[in-house]
Design a binder for this molecule. Structure first.
Ligand code: GLP
Length: 260
């Protein structure tokens, strides 16, 4: 796990975009894994800038999103399909048909979940996955207690997660109770993972996922077992890390030959 501590949100976005750019340069038809939430926004803004400047193209890329609410009407602005359209698909030059997410209104959600797993496999697997982290350590919508080997399936949200996400809705009661999410096992199959977190409210989750025990009580801690993870955070999100100085030293003195 490489931990990169940045001065501000903008540099968090740039560092994450560097990883995406290096993957897409090497493999123009890469499969990228997208996340919703506020954390990845600086990455998407930077990817838009780099695309506009002709430095990067998603023309041949494909994308899969992590998760979706169940039961929000199609076209509701807070469905993750609409969110990803707004923050990513319409901002870069990716073919909209090449961006796929789980359908939270599928008639049979178990079939939808296994179809989604199959679609990711058929696309060759995810080359680079961006993640945020919930205040309780969840990744995707894998709440504490999720099986560490789980695949795409339906989950029930914890009250705290519904409360955290209520800011996107007019009424807290509107936040769905159920979601369909890639499992932790699905996320672990991505070839590279970039986890982004900013702000003091994420400091506890970041410390537990990077330095705590691997436990279903902090789903993000499973990433300690992944061979290629970059955790890109700002100073506030780094404020509870025991080895923060070591991570800073390591990153500042990283040899040019040591790619992620
Ligand atoms: C939601 C999403 C996660 C995201 C988390 C944190 O629950 N399903 O993918 O990482 O929120 O969101 P934010 O980045 O807005 O703090």
């Amino acid at each position: 796990m490489e931990i990169v501590i940045c001065a501000d949100q903008e540099s968090v976005g740039q560092a994450a975009a560097d990883t995406f750019e290096s993957v897409i340069r090497r493999k123009p038809n890469a499969v990228v894994g997208l996340a919703t939430g506020s954390s990845p926004l600086p990455l998407y803004e930077e990817l838009e800038r780099r695309t506009l400047h002709g430095r990067l193209t998603f023309r041949n890329a494909r994308a899969f999103t992590l998760d979706e609410y169940i039961g929000l009407p199609e076209g509701h602005p807070e469905t993750y399909k609409e969110v990803i359209d707004r923050v990513f698909t319409t901002r870069v030059d990716i073919e909209p048909a090449n961006v796929r997410g789980p359908n939270g209104n599928a008639p049979d959600l178990e079939i939808e979940a296994s179809d989604y797993e199959r679609a990711i496999l058929a696309a060759g697997g995810i080359d680079v996955q961006v993640l945020g982290v919930g205040t309780n350590g969840h990744i995707g919508f894998n709440e504490p207690g999720s099986s560490l080997g789980s695949r795409t399936r339906v989950k029930t949200l914890l009250p705290q997660t519904r409360l955290d996400n209520a800011r996107f809705f007019t009424d807290q009661e509107e936040v769905p109770h159920h979601v369909i999410t890639q499992g932790i096992g699905t996320i672990m199959d991505a070839r590279r993972v970039v986890l982004m977190a900013t702000g003091e409210q994420k400091a506890g989750a970041v410390a537990r996922l990077a330095e705590g025990s691997v436990s279903a009580m902090c789903p993000g801690s499973m990433l300690q077992l992944h061979p290629r993870v970059r955790v890109i955070i700002d100073e506030a999100a780094a404020s509870q890390l025991a080895l923060a100085d070591y991570y800073r030293y390591t990153y500042q003195n990283k040899p040019a030959w040591q790619h992620l």
